[in-house]
Design a protein around this ligand. Structure first.
Ligand code: DSN
Length: 421
């Protein structure tokens, strides 16, 4: 047996060559291991995914698509992309997959470029009600280049108002209807959206960056059979590398591919494409289905614990991996709660709640999610305790040190990158 070939990260070498930067990596690993990670859009990707991302595939330019590149020497990276595409199609049951988008925002830009012209009308969920920046915010390309009509949630139920969506669609005749959200704890009824889109002759796009991992694991209904185009990220509950992807019907395949390259991107990140292939294979394993189911069970345990301690979950609970908590009764802003939790060793993000009287930098809410803690092996019992710890951190900032000790005890048992994947 010869020496093992170089295949990826060599941390020892980095430490020797650039100790200053190596220390940043060590400190970030410590931060990730040393705090409770409750940001709903984050996860601990597997060591195999990290290995693919740290590989020499990063050296290769491969503008174009497998077998149709604008550079020589692409025959090896072509295999990585073909695997990623095949696996994505199989995992999600999609007719076509494009695995090149660098991010969810890039995937959305490409989808709009494929389906719309500047000035066209699209209907999407308002950011302050749980949508995304790229769903028509005025500070984003989507709000500047398109005529965006926004829908939201009802004030009484805090659920998507499908009657409002239909009324707006009939009145404004959008060319594209976008469903999907970043801070909506409930299931989205894609069949209703499909019906509305058909009624007005619009394309239907589902941006399921947040929930695609749950769909991959079969824990919630998939958007793929209903939407013309599905955009996603690979790094959230799906637990892959940081990046995006697009699934679509065969009918739209060429348009989507041309919109990704050459319209909005140049060379794909082949090391990330390879890592996406690894993640898609991991998500096909039975253990991943179990993981996706446990993410939701854990989110429900966490939400119940929070609700029991007086932190009101928007819409009354969750069907997914996340909860949105209204702090107005406690008279603590989202920004202050985020700071208090950080002092107690708990990482989460402030988040606007529907009809929030506070601006986005302050907010009246926090968002919590369970993809990370579930990867770490925590279960509903631990999540109940986490709920109590979050509540104490928000209500009793003086207890931060005590809470940190309890967080450390939990994390000593559930260490990322030490336990099995
Ligand atoms: N920024 C992501 C999130 O945290 O939800 C969405 O892109």
């Amino acid at each position: 047996m010869g020496e093992e070939p170089y295949y990826g990260p060599d941390f020892g070498l980095l430490r020797k060559q650039d100790p200053e930067l190596a220390q940043v990596l060590l400190d970030e690993l410590d931060r990730q291991r040393g705090n409770l990670q409750l940001v709903a859009s984050e996860n601990f990707t597997s060591p195999a995914v990290l290995a693919a991302m740290g590989s020499t595939l990063t050296n290769k330019y491969a503008e174009g698509y497998p077998g149709r590149r604008y550079y020589g020497g692409c025959e090896v990276v072509d295999r990585a992309e073909r695997l990623a595409v095949q696996r994505a199609r199989e995992l999600f049951g999609a007719e076509h997959a494009n695995v090149q988008p660098h991010s969810g925002a890039s995937a959305n830009l490409a989808a709009y470029a494929a389906l719309l012209q500047p000035g066209d009308t699209m209907l999407a969920m308002a950011l302050p009600h749980g949508g995304h920046l790229t769903h028509g915010s005025k500070v984003n390309f989507s709000g500047k280049w398109f005529n965006v009509v926004s829908y939201g949630v009802r004030r009484d139920t805090e659920l998507i108002d499908y009657d409002e969506v239909r009324d707006l669609a009939l009145r404004h005749q959008p060319k594209l209807i976008v469903c999907g959200a970043t801070a909506y704890p409930r299931l989205i009824d894609f069949t209703v959206f499909r019906g509305i889109a058909d009624e007005v002759g619009a394309w239907l796009m589902a941006d399921v960056a947040h929930t695609i991992g749950l769909m991959a694991g079969g824990a919630i209904p998939s958007a793929v059979p209903h939407a013309d185009v599905v955009t996603l990220t690979t790094h959230k509950a799906l637990r892959g590398p940081r990046g995006g992807a697009i699934l679509c019907t065969e009918e739209l395949a060429k348009k989507i591919d041309r919109a990704v390259y050459p319209f909005i991107q140049g060379g794909p990140l082949m090391h990330v494409v390879a890592a996406k292939a690894v993640a898609f294979a991991e998500a096909m394993r039975p253990e991943f289905a179990d993981y996706a189911r446990r993410v939701i069970v854990n989110a429900q345990a966490l939400t119940e614990a929070l609700a029991g301690d007086g932190m009101r979950p928007v819409s009354g609970g969750t069907d997914t991996h996340l909860a949105l908590i209204d702090l107005r009764e406690l008279d603590v802003s989202g920004a202050e709660a985020e700071t208090r939790c950080a002092a107690a060793g708990i990482t989460l993000n402030r988040n606007v709640i529907p009809y929030d009287p506070e601006p986005a930098a302050i907010t009246s809410g926090i968002r919590v999610g369970t993809p990370c803690v579930t990867t770490q092996g925590m279960g509903p019992e631990e999540l109940k305790e986490v709920g109590t710890l979050v509540t104490r951190a928000v209500r009793q900032p003086g207890s931060a040190r005590e809470i940190r000790d309890r967080v450390a005890a939990l994390l000593a048992i559930h260490q990322p990158y030490l336990s099995e994947y």
